[in-house]
Design a binder for this molecule. Sequence first.
Ligand code: NAD
Ligand code: UGA
Length: 480
Amino acid sequence: MVKICCIGAGYVGGPTMAVIALKCPNIQVAVVDISTARINAWNSDTLPIYEPGLDEVVKKCRGKNLSFSTDVEKHVAESDIVFVSVNTPTKTQGLGAGKAADLTYWESAARMIADVAKSNKIVVEKSTVPVKTAEAIEKILTHNSKGINFSILSNPEFLAEGTAISDLLNPDRVLIGGRETPEGKKAIEALRDVYAHWVPVDRILCTNLWSAELSKLAANAFLAQRISSVNAMSALCEATGADVSQVAHAVGKDTRIGPKFLNASVGFGGSCFQKDILNLVYICECNGLPEVATYWKQVIKVNDYQKTRFVNRIVSSMFNTVSGKKIAVLGFAFKKDTGDTRETPAIDVCKGLIGDKAKLSIYDPQVNQDQIQRDLSMKKFDWDHPVHLQPMSPTSVKDVSVVWDAYTATKDAHGICILTEWDEFKNLDYQKIFNDMQKPAFVFDGRNVVDAERLRKIGFIVYSIGKPLDDWLKDMPAVA
Ligand code: NAD
Ligand code: UGA
């Protein structure tokens, strides 16, 4: 029986391995991690991540051909294929700080594999890494190999959170990069056989190592660029009276452009878009391509501009001050159907409002008080490290309360900011909410989820991203 081990039981390692176990009953899959808390949660009824459909898959396979363990070395030693899906944060110190990927966790995993291996292994890069990382990993493995053969493959993951299980069950493509040597080709074949259990072979793309590594960074950069493009248009729409949804619809009807990923928003978040583009920028700079680096850097700059613009719009609309005013924040996760808050735009928006001395009352159906306090007090990029290396009890941020329903959050508030597109925010009883708020009552919709006209009829002053402005807002232009 083929044995697979995955180092890193996170948002990628957990769901990816669960689906491999589901689709390949003849393969034994072990997911290992240095975080005992995470592994305990994977072995419990409350999984460490919220992801639609994940519980069912894990329950079907756990105890059969899927296991979760902290015994990293044992499972690595026993396996034929080792996936590495550990954190690859942005460096915060030293060379390349603020841009380059920190490969500390990857390197330590590679050294451990070399240390404990007693048989030949295929080592698969599942984490997103800078192009040419495989070369460094290969060197670490071969210089410590004690005669054992390691074949290294790049197999980047393209799942999106919130739809991870359906993305994994029905991927647009699976990408496998390897060396163009007989051993490299054999390794590619072995991994292709795993995916071929459920993915049509014409969707399994095989390339050289560097193309696979770079394609992952490129795909995320292209996706983020679309959002920054539509968000840049949203600012122009507000200035001209155009409606960004209509513009996006008209633009997306061109089959060469396509309709997906053109939703204007308060900005993109998530653990990867910013990190991977910064990484791409750094690689361009290191390769003497400053113009290319500047091009991609602009995607991040527009995203930052969009978040700042949103905060400025709130403050300027509310008589240029939110000091002492209660602002309800609906949604904190970086998108709906996940409890993940990594790089969520809500962090920057909340910090901006706190900077203007607002009192925040935050509600998100999947994010708890501890996480929100942690996010608001943590330094930039510090979140992307194994949980046990993060500060245990951060100093809590004053003027922030976290509540468990939208009505409590909005009671007596001066304004509401919608920062995540949870479906429940579409159908709240806005008349009741209006009655319980201070007047004038404002709604700032950072995700364009509410029916602005209906809310205006109730009496709200409504700001929707990229939509024709309320007369009230026209008189108080936001200076970004
Ligand atoms: P994560 O933080 O959720 O999980 C990483 C896990 O690795 C943690 O549980 C950590 O404890 C563990 N770990 C770190 N070093 C270890 C070691 N030496 N031994 C054992 N365990 C170790 O991260 P994630 O979101 O799963 O992302 C992992 C990688 O996949 C990143 O490179 C990311 O860019 C990439 N990626 C993420 C997504 C996503 O949607 N989150 C999608 C595609 C690719
Ligand atoms: C993204 C990619 O979509 C995945 O293919 C990739 O594997 C993953 O990053 C990764 O490498 O981590 P994810 O970040 O989970 O997935 O979620 P997305 O659906 O891409 O959303 C990212 C952010 O963009 C969210 O904040 C979302 O609200 C925002 N977004 C998305 C918009 O503002 N507008 C859109 O039209 C689409």
